[in-house]
Design a binder for this molecule. Sequence first.
Ligand code: DHB
Length: 308
Amino acid sequence: NLSTTVGAVSLNSCIYNASGPKCTTKEELENIGKSFSAAILTKSSTLELRTGNPSPRYFENELGSINSMGLPNQGYQFYADLATSMQQYNKPYFISVAGLSLENNLVMLKHLNQVDNIDAIELNLSCPNVPGKPQTGYDFERTQQVLDQVCKFDRHSLGIKLPPYFDLIHFRQMADIINQYPIKFVTCVNSIGNGLVIDVNTEQVVIKPKNGFGGVGGDYIKPTALANVRQFYLLLRDDIDIIGSGGAKNGSDVFEHILCGASAVQIGTQYMREGANCFERIEKELKNLMAQKNYQSIDDFKGKLQSI
Ligand code: DHB
């Protein structure tokens, strides 16, 4: 039994798609609906439709991915309008919101607050790819100002997606801020921002925007993702669920995220690589691993990482 909860929302399994890959168009979201993904999470949306950065803007190798998409999306109203038809898949529908300003976020959240059949909103405080727009999650004062304003729209469960942190004091500072607000879940982590992948043969960068700098995902980032899940699991209020995201491509990786404290785990780079069949495969692998270990439910091992 892989059932879990994200905030007040019940999920039949603990594995679903990360915001970003293949969740922008209606067809892509329907594909997630038809798959074993436990929920449908949209691409981060903005006030208006965006075509994003010039291509090539996504690259992968055996170790992971780098992207600088630039927030291509259909505009938040498109995702709001899909909410009712997404109900046919009998799983939660989550909308990711990534406004280019606090004002834009407030407009979107206010409108989405009136829309039925949205199960939660993942407010993205960590997009690294829009030139001139710093990641809110790396500015603690700004994060506090944003949370002061956005927590007013509370009809749908509100969660936030954070960038990875690397210093122990930063975990503590961010957790102290989040603990002051009625946030229901925290997704750890977004890509490691502004990495650089290089092709030795051509002596070139592999993506076009920002001279090749982009958000790194996949195997490259699993230890960082696990550290962030663990730290926030230990530091945040017990009623705030942690959603793991980063480097999970098989059942064992998902198990590790849950051991660190994740209530659910998102699949990003591997979903991009493999398509929606990944959800059924990873679910099976996790079930097998749990059976070997005699675990019946994810609560049997969630957060129970041991020190030596
Ligand atoms: C994009 C990338 C991100 O990591 C994110 O959180 C939001 C948007 C993008 O480039 O489209």
